[in-house]
Ligand binder design. Sequence first.
Ligand code: 4AD
Length: 453
Amino acid sequence: MRIKIKEILASKHPIGKPVTVCGWVRTLRDQKSFAFIELNDGSSLANLQVVADEKIPGYADILRNATTGASLSVKGHLVESPGKNQALELKADEIRVLGTCPADKYPLQKKRHSFEFLRTIAHLRPRTNTQGAVLRVRNALAHATHLFFQQQGFLYIHTPIITGSDCEGGGEMFRVTTIENTDYAKDFFGKPAYLTVSGQLEGEIMALALSDIYTFGPTFRAENSNTTRHLAEFWMIEPEMAFADLKADMECAQQYLQFCVKYALEHCREDLEFFDKFIENGLIKRLQHVASSPFAHLTYADAVEILQKAPKTFEFPVAWGTDLQSEHERYLAEEYCKKPVILTDYPASIKAFYMRANEDGKTVAAMDILVPKIGEIIGGSQREERLDVLEKKIADHGLSRSDYWWYLELREFGSVPHAGFGLGFERLVLFTTGMENIRDVIPFPRYPGHADF
Ligand code: 4AD
């Protein structure tokens, strides 16, 4: 029975026990009468040290073929390691080379490769230490997401990927079509169809029947943003809660973020220590601080005033009514608050049509969570539940009433106050690992000019 290396290194198997492990060779050190093989199967950052002695069958062939990148199956027994780098090692009784790997062609050499180069070999980069660690943390955060919402009684809902409605009203949608001209009456759906930018509107339908729901799916934005924070295809978690106001929304968002960070601290220690050492010094301390202290709160108006008085010059000037840029968001979280901050009550003119109008007639019940290093990680709001107000907002935003007939009917038939938010999953992975570029925290990044693999 094959055993994962992670289990062996966690000392779940006693000394002397016969085991079989499989994996890819990271390095082979030939010591003449024996050899050390560092084997990795992706289950952990650490490799298992295999000791192959010249007495095992086919030793000469193994030495020739077990080069970096080759795949092996090793039968052996666990022994205490005399070396100081590991407690255990595997003394091989039999080694089978499953797949050879020509050293002169294999692009992953022992030296450190740049992240830019690794993106061009996305089929091999999961075999590197950094990508392996990113993908294990990403997996843990996905698991933590389901744990958190399931524990709170939210239902996981699948919202459509192909849609006719532009939730955010930004017009940055990819079109889905099977024809080459623009006669959409003849197209597959008989009308223009797009890849979704958000599952929120359908999420609201579900919350207005099932109370608390969440989505966790891919979303697509055709914005030409060549930044380290934007992807054309990213994953979003969108909870939606009936009978909830903005305060409940903010509480849920803070608890969810803190839960994810704590989960990673508890379950991904080895990988986070690696990031702390090689990617962001002080990462673990930063995460512990996020997990344990309440987030700061500011209104948009306060934030504008703080930014105008800030002892630094920004590339983009700020005034009431302007959208905040990432440099402003980062200043507020990183330098002013020194922790995550929730900004509320944005001007209606810079936010989506569905956000609930405040009494002042100028602002909406929106909330964005800004975090150090990233800027905006969560965007949410209380939704406009009043039919007449919503109708006016749809008109004010230049949208067509007929496109939103069903959304409006939800306000006609048993409307209730409700609220929700969206968290960009890759931004959460960036935040938790300290990685700098969003293209390095999704297995196959899509951005302008790039849709390989
Ligand atoms: O603020 P956004 O646009 O909000 C919505 O889509 C709402 N419908 C959410 C809701 O209330 N249910 O996007 C939410 C989050 C952002 O805070 C950001 O983390 C992430 O999605 N995001 C992106 N992540 C990567 N690449 C992009 N191009 C992103 N655009 C938004």
